[in-house]
Ligand binder design. Structure first.
Ligand SMILES: *[C@@H]1O[C@H](CO)[C@@H](O)[C@H](O)[C@H]1NC(C)=O
Ligand SMILES: *[C@@H]1O[C@H](CO)[C@@H](O)[C@H](O)[C@H]1NC(C)=O
Ligand SMILES: *[C@@H]1O[C@H](CO)[C@@H](O)[C@H](O)[C@H]1NC(C)=O
Ligand SMILES: *[C@@H]1O[C@H](CO)[C@@H](O)[C@H](O)[C@H]1NC(C)=O
Length: 306
């Protein structure tokens, strides 16, 4: 029964308008740091797993060298906790200087040189969920331009510490601001996840016009129960969610597999795993990587730190 959800992402089309930036005509695929690496900033004691440019370059190498890129896994996305706690003297966001000594633009170029794309994270509140500088209404244009200057390819806009009024203004405003930079930047909106995910609070017609992707529901956690919970919710609400999606505009179940074929083997493999082992993907066991690659499963890996 849980497989039913896997069909909906592709059983769609429809005549709805999509955000006109030419991006994400198919669901974006790639890797995002949050679910596994959270806000680990302890590079001294945990250099391999902390949120740093090394982590993202390492993942870029894996995607580029281990066959993922050819299957469409091209996004390497930074989540929360990448920035310095202070904006720079011109008021711009800046990466933590110890953990990202090369800067974001250099990291973006590292990815571009390998045929990959870089995603970055921000939040509509004064602070991000993890307590880093946010992008409230008055910072939207500046931060959009900063991301464009850095040659970033995707932006996830979270909603911690913001209220409904600010969200209603901010999510469309950011869409305009990203467009105004002239750089095509995929836009992932966490807005519906803060509105309960369903109409009438969520207007999916509008979302599709301003965002390429949106988080409808809660974060995936490192457990099978969490995966099932998300899959169940999407299954139960598919009548609303299916028509919302289409080329350029996608529901995002947060790192749950989307595939055209129900895939029993993977389902069982997953179910076999104990708590704390859902992570697996890129640095995971080679056997599973082979299974996923050979089955051409789509893995969408955006996560939110709500
Ligand atoms: C901005 O929006 C216009 C009109 O919708 C579109 O034609 C253009 O391609 C967009 N540009 C970017 C960079 O997203
Ligand atoms: C939302 O937040 C803004 C800015 O902090 C504040 O001015 C406004 O009154 C708040 N609105 C509601 C409905 O809480
Ligand atoms: C939803 O958004 C669309 C497009 O922006 C708008 O035309 C429509 O009136 C909105 N629907 C509701 C119920 O607010
Ligand atoms: C699940 O675990 C059982 C018992 O360890 C094993 O026999 C079975 O092959 C596993 N199934 C999959 C799909 O990994």
């Amino acid at each position: 029964m849980h497989f039913a959800v896997f069909f909906f992402a592709f059983a769609l089309t429809g005549t709805t308008l999509a955000l006109d930036n030419g991006l994400m005509r198919t669901p974006p695929m790639g890797w995002l740091a949050w679910e596994r690496y959270r806000c680990d900033i302890d590079c001294e004691n945990d250099p391999k797993n902390c949120i740093s440019e090394n982590l993202f370059m390492d993942m870029a190498d894996r995607l580029a060298e281990d066959g993922w890129k050819e299957l469409g896994y091209v996004y390497v996305n930074i989540d929360d906790c990448w920035s310095s706690k202070q904006r720079d003297d011109q008021g711009r966001l800046q990466p933590d200087p110890k953990r990202f000594p090369g800067g974001i633009q250099k990291l973006a170029r590292y990815l571009h040189d390998r045929g990959l794309k870089l995603g970055i994270y921000g939040d509509m509140g004064k602070l991000t969920c993890g307590g880093y500088p946010g992008t409230p209404l008055d910072k939207i244009e500046l931060d959009a331009q900063t991301f464009a200057d850095w040659e970033v390819d995707m932006f996830k806009y979270d909603g911690c510490y913001s209220n409904a009024t600010e969200q209603e203004q901010g999510y469309p405003l950011m869409s305009k601001a990203l467009n105004a930079t002239g750089r095509p930047i995929g836009y992932s909106c966490s807005w519906p996840a803060y509105q309960g995910g369903l109409p009438p609070k969520v207007n999916y017609t509008q979302l599709g016009e301003i965002c390429n992707l949106w988080r409808n529901y809660g974060d995936i956690q490192d457990s099978w129960d969490s995966v099932l919970n998300i899959v169940d919710w999407f299954f139960e609400n598919q009548d609303v969610l299916t028509p919302a999606a289409g080329p350029g505009r996608w529901n995002d179940p947060d790192m749950v597999f989307w595939t055209q074929l129900p895939h029993l083997h993977l389902h069982l493999w997953f179910k076999n795993q104990s708590e704390g082992q859902v992570e697996m993907l890129v640095r995971g066991p080679e056997r599973l990587a082979t299974v996923i690659q050979s089955q051409k499963l789509c893995y969408i890996s955006w996560s939110l730190s709500m």
